[in-house]
Ligand binder design. Sequence first.
Ligand SMILES: Nc1ncnc2c1ncn2[C@@H]1O[C@H](COP(=O)(O)OP(=O)(O)O)[C@@H](O)[C@H]1O
Ligand SMILES: O=C(O)[C@@H](O)C(=O)COP(=O)(O)O
Length: 424
Amino acid sequence: MTLTLGCIADDYTGASDLANTLTRAGLRTVQTIGIPADDLALPEVDAVVMSLKSRSIEASLAVSRSRAADKWLRGRGASHVLFKICSTFDSTDAGNIGPVMDALRADCGEANVLVTPAFPETGRTVYQGNLFVGAVPLNESPLKDHPLNPMHDSNLVRVLARQSRTQVGLVDLATVTRGADAVRAHLAGLAAKGVGAAIIDAVFDRDLETIGLVAAEHRLSVGASGMGLGLARALVSSGKVRSAAASGEAGAAVGGAAACLAGSCSQATLRQIASAEKVMPVLHLDPDRILTGGGEAQRALDWAKPRLAAGPVLIASSSTPDQVTALQARHGRDAAGHAIEQTMADIAQGLVKSGVRRLVVAGGETSGAVVDRLKIPGFLVGVEIAAGVPVLRAVGVEGDMLLALKSGNFGGAEFFSDALGLMR
Ligand SMILES: Nc1ncnc2c1ncn2[C@@H]1O[C@H](COP(=O)(O)OP(=O)(O)O)[C@@H](O)[C@H]1O
Ligand SMILES: O=C(O)[C@@H](O)C(=O)COP(=O)(O)O
C-alpha cells in the first residue's frame, strides 16, 4: 500500500469524522485502531486515519504513541501527516496538542506547522486566532463544562503557546483571503523570526482550500476535519490523488439487534437522549453506583436483553454539568471518567454477546473504550448520518458489524434514530 496522506487522530470519533470528510472529498480512506497488525487485510487506499486514544492521557504517552503512528504512516509512503485534533481544541495546559505537535515536527524536520481546528460545516470558525463554536467564543460555549478538558480561553495562539515549546504565531484571515502566495510569504516571515507553528484563521470552506494548498507543501499539519477537507481538495486538484466516488459504501445489510450507548455529557447529546426517550426504551445509569462497584453494567444488561428483540435501546451515563461537577468532587475527575468508560465497555461487550450487531456510541473517550473492548481493528466508511459522523463497517472481526461513533457535540436532536435508520 502506498499512502498519499497519513492521519493520526487523537480520539476515535475524531478519526471517523476525518475519515468521513476525506471520503466525501474523493480520497479512498480507511480508519484503523492504532497501528494495524501485519495480517490485517486493508484495501488499497489514498489515506489511512489511525485512531489513537491520546487526547486525555499523560502527554509523554501521547507523544510516544503518536510518534510510532507517524513512523508507520511515513514508512508506507505518506509524505504529509495530519495530526487530527478536536474542532474545539480539546486539551489542557499540559497538552496534548502542543507536545505531540512538537515531537512530530522535530521528527520530520518541518520549519513551520499550520494549525487550525476550523470546521465551518459544524460551526467551528477561527478569526484572529480566536475559536468560535457557532456564534460564541470557545470559552462561552458548552465546552467550558467539558468533563475532562474544560476550555476557558478562546485565543488559540495563547492556548497552544502554553502547551508547546515552539513559538506560536498567527496567519490572519486577511492574509488567507489574499490567497496561497500571501500565506506562503507570511509563513516565510514567521519562520525567519523563529516561529515554528502558526494558528491560521478560517471561516469558510474556501479559506480551508487555500490553507490546504499551502499545508500540502509541508510535511506536517495540525487540525480538525476542515484541515482534512483543505488537504484532500488540494491533493485532488493537483492530480496527486485521482478522485474516487464521493459517497461511502452502503454495503450489505447486517441486521441483528441494535443498541445505543451515551457517555458524552455534552448539551447536544443530552438533547439527543431526551428525544430518544420518545421512540425507544432508555436506561439512565447511576454514576455513583458505577464508582462504588454497584454492579451497574450487569443491571443494564439485565434491563436490555429482554428488550432487544422488540427494537433498539439506549443506555446513558450522561448527566448535566452540575451533576458531573458534583460526581467529580466526590470521586475525582479521572477516576470518574475512567470507571464510567469501562462500565460502558462492559455493557457493549455484553450487548454484542447478546446479538447486537449495530451499535451507536456517543462520546469520544466512551467510543474509544467501547471499540477497544470489542477489539475492532479498523473501519470502512459508509454513508454520512450527520456532519462529521459516518456509518462505519467493522473490518477484521468475525461477522458483520456496523457502528456509529458520534462526537459528543455533533448531530441533530434525532441523531440516535437517524443513525439507526441508516444502519440496516
Ligand atoms: N455522569 C457522568 N459524570 C461524570 N463523568 C461522566 C459521566 N458520564 C460520562 N462521563 C465521562 O465523561 C467523559 C465524556 O467524554 P467523551 O466520551 O469524550 O464525550 P465527548 O465526546 O462529549 O467529549 C468520559 O470520560 C465519560 O466516562
Ligand atoms: O473535531 C471534532 O469536533 C470531532 O471530530 C472530535 O474530535 C470529537 O471529539 P469528542 O467530542 O470527544 O467526541
